[in-house]
Structures are given as structure tokens and as C-alpha cells.
Design a protein around this ligand. Structure first.
Ligand SMILES: [Ca+2]
Length: 659
């Protein structure tokens, strides 16, 4: 049976309230933390949560369920066993290629006969919503900067009452994944949207601006033009607020909201605006589809307006602009060449950079970096840090360094995954971080300085991924992060009762030695995962300390901060970037090369960008046609920015599956 969501644009306040209640129940059923409390949420990210505890997030047992898919109530996803264990398992077509490490490169099978999972009714993210409101204010007021400022100020407190999206815990990543996966709907969302609508309605109908917003017909002395005045406003403002032209029925409904008052009435106009902004069409991606896709049960091509919205929110995180709406209006957007031109126009805009920056930040979990100066009074930390004792700016500097790396290699010098994983340029603009790297600070304009050769290549050797806010590194945490976020491998559940806290280090032993003693004892349940899947990836990056400083030996301290000795750090390991691959590495540089050669990062990046795009977890057995073109686009000579282009050019992006 094909169920396509009913039109929800009517009934405004009543409809949205009823709808909200329905969503809460359904989303709660499938999404841990849907109550809005978000157990183990972002606040816990500082250090402890990514240890062995994080490994519990996604058992190998086909748990890749329908995270965030509450609206559809789908239960079909888990059934296939969901071999999220890899891309490699799904590589049944298109030929298997071999990477630089001699192992098969993972790819995704695209079968046009396989329908993707049904989509839920997705709400705008808070970023998207706030951008949309700002654009609507500009649309209503044109170039009147002073009025735009006044109106923006009037809605600021209502906007601030909306909850931020959180790094939503999903079954596959209990620690918290993309903010876009936060599809929880709280009372604060419903109340906040209503308050924004009310405040905006009031602000846009003040005597100083109503003639600009509605037209002179709203303030002149003639009453004979008032009905046409209202009609025109509903159609014009409504098409923008709801992102599609209004039907005659829609127009009648909003005119009924205005009421039967004869004279032009600012308060009645304010009601119309408030109700429009409470409409599901304003708050959600309401998609009905247009043409059925032959051979795929329940899958429809999006209409031109639906596609315009998807494209605009995907690349700009806001509603379509005039040009995009015009291309939807005359249907030309459905023409491949017109669509391609719009894609290029949108990607050339700075807003596309901001979108990709949000993706990268979420992907590598920059929010998980611990506060670095919290232990500045601790004698051991103080002794360990020495001249590099962190100040309050160092944490953000480490985040900016990594985001700068992404930005440079995506836009300034468009590069591919290989450069991302092997670059020896420093993007540290902060003096303290530059000192840690042993380079001059980057001025952000000229070519970035080069790091000491052969020491710190690639993304994963940056201080962000090494720093812990304590005197000790966390090899387990580093290993889990690389294994899951960068390679997209699954890690089995840790045994019940396993400790998610950092292992207690033994005096006189390196961090590695302590971790080995605790987690790799032969015959224990821990050893199975830690020895092969987790620890070696972390051990190979032990040539950096927990402030990201390069080292060859580890300093040892007693509890008072007195140095008790040094021990050579052993960074050799067999990281099994590909399962069963016995290639050894001597440390971080060789590990980065092995990771780069594996071809796994391209597949993993495609999967992560899918999650960001569609706000749901990918299912490699059903989403192959969405994943494989993107993986291919960023492989070989492909560029990171091709993530954007390749995704919006897939058939999957133009379609929607209904249940
Ligand atoms: Ca009038």
C-alpha cells in the first residue's frame, strides 16, 4: 500500500499542534533520546564517553535501524541484517578495484530495482529555520536595512527560545552524530515557532513598515482595494513563506484567517503571517512527489518546487531565492542543464562553504574536544604541559586549525581525500598551537607554513584529535574514532560492565603499556576487539602527547608532578586498516598513508555525507545508488567539494520514497 502524507497546510495552529503530538510519539519509538533529554549528549563529550564505552554504539548485529525516521514508522531497515559492516560487503557490482595497499576498495552496489527506504517527514534544522526567517524578513522589507534591523530585533528573543539541535545519539552512534539527525520535536519547538510567527507578524505590520510589506493599499484611504490588497499579499508572501505558490484553496484559508473585517487591519495581517509561519509547509520538508518512478514501488520524482527547496536547503541551509523559485515556477528546474546551472550558481555562493563546514565539523566531532585548561591547577598536568600550559583560547584554536584544513583543501586549493589525509601544511593561526606544531602561525592569507617534514602528515595528526585535557593520551579513544568515523567500520559491543573511563595507568609504564595490560590480556573478552580493531590505530599515533606535541618518549610523573623518568614510546603496530591486512606501520605517517591508500575513507565520507544530507542513517543495501556516485566522484582525482555536486546530481536526491 502506498501512503503519501496528507496535505497539512490547513488548519494552521490546530493542525500543527495535533501534528506535533503525533511526531513526538513516533519519533520516540525509534530514536533514543527523543525525549529531548539526549542521554550522554554533547555535554558528556569531553573525554570519557569515547573510550571503550563508545564502542557499544553499534553492534555488529545489524542494528543500523531507522534512526531519526520516526515519521514513517518504518521497521524494514533492520531486517536485511544491514551489513553496515561495510561497504566492502556490498561491493557486488561495478567491479571491485584494489587500493594502494593491495586490498579491495569498498564500493556500493547500485541497483535501480531496489527502492530506498521511505523518508520521514523531516523538520528544518534550527540553522535552516533561522536562516529562513532572516531571508523572509529581507524579502518582506527589500533593501530597507533599518527596518530589517528593527524587525530582526523584534523576533530575536522568540528565535532564541528555540532549542539548538544536538549531536543526536542514534543506535549506530550513541555518542552523538550529525546535528541534522536531531529530529526530536519538543514543546519548545512548537511554542517557539508560534512565538516567532506571532512576533514577526506584529513586527511586519507596524505603521512604519506595513505599506512596504503589504503595499500602499493597506494604508491608503480607499477601501475598494482592500480585498485585492489582501489577496495579493497572501499569494506573494505565502509563496515565499511556504516555498510554493498557494492554491486557491490555500488563499481562501488564509483570507479566512484574516477574517471579515472590512477595513485594512494590521492586526489581521499579523494573524495571517503568524498562521503561515506555523504551517507545516513552513516548518517541515513537506514533499508529495510528482511522477511515480517506474520499477520502484512507492518512489516518486519530486516536483520542481520540492526540488528547489531540497537544493536550496542542502547547499545554502535556507529557502530558495527568487531565481530558484522562478526556475521551479516555469518547470525549467527539471531540465538537466538548467538544474546543473543552478547547482553551480548555489555552490559558488559563500553559503555553500558554510554548509560544508558544518558537515566537516560534525563528521570529525570537533565538539568532543575536552576543555584543555580545566586541569591547569593539577600538579601532574602542570608539570606535563610545562611552557605549553593551555589558555582558554587553545581549544577553539585546535578546532579552527582543523576546520581551516578542511576549508583550504576544499576551496582555496581544491584537493581530494588523499591530500586531506597526507597534507603537511599547518593551519594554526594561534601562536600557542603553532608553537606546539613547531611552526610559525599562519596569517590566513598567504600559503600556510609547512610542518616539520615527515612528522605530522594529514588530518588525523592534528592536535584536535590528540588532545585530551589530561596528562595522558587516550589510544582507545583515538582508535575508536578512526575505526568508526573515518573508516566506517563496525566495532562489536564491549562486554557488559566494561569500563568507559580512561584506564588507570600504572606507575613506570607508558600509556600504551598500561592499555595493553588492561585490554589485551590473552583469553579475555576485551582482547578480541581491542587488540585487532581499536588499540593499534591509537598506538600508531602515540608519537604525539596529549597536547598534540611530537615526542619520541613519554615523560613519567608521580602524583605530585615530580618527574620520575622517561620511556621510549613504541608506535609500531599492525593497524588492520583493512580487516586481516597484516601490513605493519612504524607510526602516524605510515598509518596515514595506509589509510589513504585503502580507499575506505572515500566510501566512509560518502556515507557520512549521506547522513548529513538526508538526516538519516544510510543503508548500504538500499541506498547504493545514492552512495556510489558520490564515492566515485571523490575518489581518484575527485575533489572534496565534489561531495556537494555529486550528491545533488544523483537520482536519489530528486526522489522520495513513501511508505
Ligand atoms: Ca486600502
Amino acid at each position: 500500500m502506498v501512503f503519501r502524507p496528507l496535505r497539512l497546510g490547513r488548519g494552521a495552529g490546530v493542525a500543527i499542534a495535533a501534528f506535533a503530538v503525533g511526531c513526538v510519539g513516533k519519533i520516540s519509538d525509534t530514536t533514543p533520546g527523543a525525549s529531548g533529554i539526549n542521554p550522554g549528549g554533547p555535554g558528556s563529550g569531553s573525554g570519557a564517553a569515547m573510550g571503550s564505552g563508545a564502542a557499544s554504539s553499534s553492534g555488529g548485529a545489524g542494528t543500523a535501524g531507522s534512526a531519526g525516521k520516526g515519521g514513517s514508522g518504518s521497521s524494514g531497515q533492520g531486517a536485511g541484517g544491514n551489513n553496515a559492516s561495510g561497504g566492502s560487503g556490498a561491493a557486488s557490482s561495478g567491479g571491485t578495484s584494489v587500493g594502494g595497499n593491495g586490498q579491495a576498495v569498498p564500493s556500493f552496489a547500485c541497483d535501480d530495482g531496489v527502492a530506498p527506504p521511505a523518508e520521514s517527514l523531516r523538520r528544518l534544522t534550527m540553522t535552516e529555520y533561522k536562516n529562513t526567517i532572516a531571508d523572509l524578513v529581507s524579502f518582506a522589507l527589500g533593501s530597507d536595512a533599518a527596518s530589517i534591523k528593527t524587525v530582526s530585533t523584534a523576533v530575536a528573543s522568540a528565535l532564541a527560545s528555540l532549542p539548538d539541535d544536538v549531536h543526536q545519539a542514534v543506535p549506530q552512534d550513541l555518542h552523538g552524530s550529525f546535528r541534522r539527525l536531531d529530529q526530536t520535536l519538543q514543546q519548545a519547538h512548537v511554542d517557539g515557532a508560534y512565538q516567532v510567527g506571532t512576533a514577526l507578524g506584529a513586527a511586519l505590520t507596524q505603521p512604519s513598515v506595513i505599506a512596504k510589506v503589504v503595499g500602499d493599499c493597506a494604508t491608503d484611504s480607499s477601501s475598494s482595494n482592500d480585498d485585492a490588497c489582501l489577496d495579493t499579499f497572501v499569494r506573494k508572501f505565502g509563496a515565499r513563506a511556504l516555498r510554493h505558490p498557494l492554491s486557491d484553496d490555500d488563499v481562501s484559508f488564509y483570507k479566512s484567517v484574516y477574517g471579515s473585517t472590512a477595513a485594512a487591519d494590521p492586526a489581521a495581517y499579523a494573524d495571517v503571517i503568524g498562521v503561515m509561519l506555523s504551517s507545516p509547509d513552513a516548518l517541515y520538508f513537506v514533499e508529495h512527489g510528482d511522477q511515480a518512478v517506474a520499477g520502484q514501488q512507492g518512489v516518486y520524482e519530486l516536483s520542481a518546487y520540492e526540488l528547489a527547496s531540497r537544493l536550496s536547503y542542502q547547499l545554502w541551509q535556507t529557502a530558495p531565492d527568487d531565481a530558484l523559485l522562478a526556475a521551479a515556477g516555469d518547470g525549467s528546474l527539471l531540465d538537466a542543464s538548467v538544474y546543473q546551472a543552478e547547482v553551480e550558481r548555489l555552490i559558488a555562493d559563500p553559503r555553500a562553504k558554510a554548509t560544508l563546514a558544518e558537515f566537516f565539523a560534525d563528521w570529525v566531532k570537533v565538539q568532543d574536544l575536552a576543555p584543555l585548561d580545566a586541569k591547569n591547577q593539577d600538579p601532574v598536568f602542570k608539570a606535563f604541559a610545562g611552557n605549553d600550559l593551555p589558555d582558554s583560547s587553545l581549544r577553539q584554536a585546535m578546532i579552527d586549525d582543523v576546520l581551516g584544513l578542511f576549508d583550504y583543501h576544499t576551496w582555496t586549493k581544491p584537493s581530494g581525500v588523499a591530500d586531506l589525509l597526507t597534507t603537511e601544511l599547518s593551519f594554526a593561526k594561534n601562536d600557542r598551537l603553532a608553537l606546539i606544531y613547531g611552526v610559525d602561525a599562519w596569517n590566513g592569507q598567504d600559503d600556510p607554513p609547512s610542518l616539520p617534514a615527515g612528522q605530522r602528515p594529514g588530518l588525523l595528526t592534528r592536535a584536535l584529535f590528540l588532545s585530551t585535557g589530561s596528562p595522558n593520551t587516550r589510544p582507545i579513544m583515538k582508535g575508536v574514532f578512526i575505526r568508526k568515523a573515518i573508516l566506517c567500520d563496525e566495532i562489536g559491543d564491549p562486554p557488559a560492565g566494561a569500563n568507559a573511563m580512561p584506564p588507570k595507568l600504572e606507575p613506570g609504564m607508558t600509556t600504551r603499556e598500561s592499555v595493553e595490560a588492561i585490554t589485551e590480556m590473552q583469553g579475555t573478552v576485551c582482547a578480541g576487539c581491542h587488540k585487532a580493531q581499536i588499540n593499534p590505530l591509537g598506538f600508531a599515533t602515540e608519537d604525539f602527547d596529549s597536547l598534540g606535541r611530537f615526542r619520541t618518549e613519554q615523560q613519567l610523573f608521580d602524583d605530585t608532578g615530580k618527574k620520575t623518568g622517561t620511556k621510549i614510546v613504541n608506535t609500531s603496530s599492525v593497524p588492520e586498516v583493512d580487516e586481516g591486512d597484516t601490513t605493519p606501520v612504524s607510526g602516524a605517517p605510515e598509518l596515514m598513508t595506509l589509510i589513504q591508500q585503502s580507499g575506505k575513507v572515500e566510501a566512509c565520507l560518502a556515507r557520512n555525507f549521506f547522513r548529513f544530507t538526508y538526516a538519516r542513517w544510510d543503508d548500504p543495501t538500499k541506498d547504493g545508488c545514492a552512495l556510489e556516485p558520490v564515492r566515485q566522484a571523490i575518489s581518484g582525482n575527485g575533489k572534496l567539494q565534489d561531495l556537494l555536486t555529486a550528491t545533488v546530481l544523483t537520482n536519489a536526491f530528486h526522489r522520495r520514497a513513501f511508505e
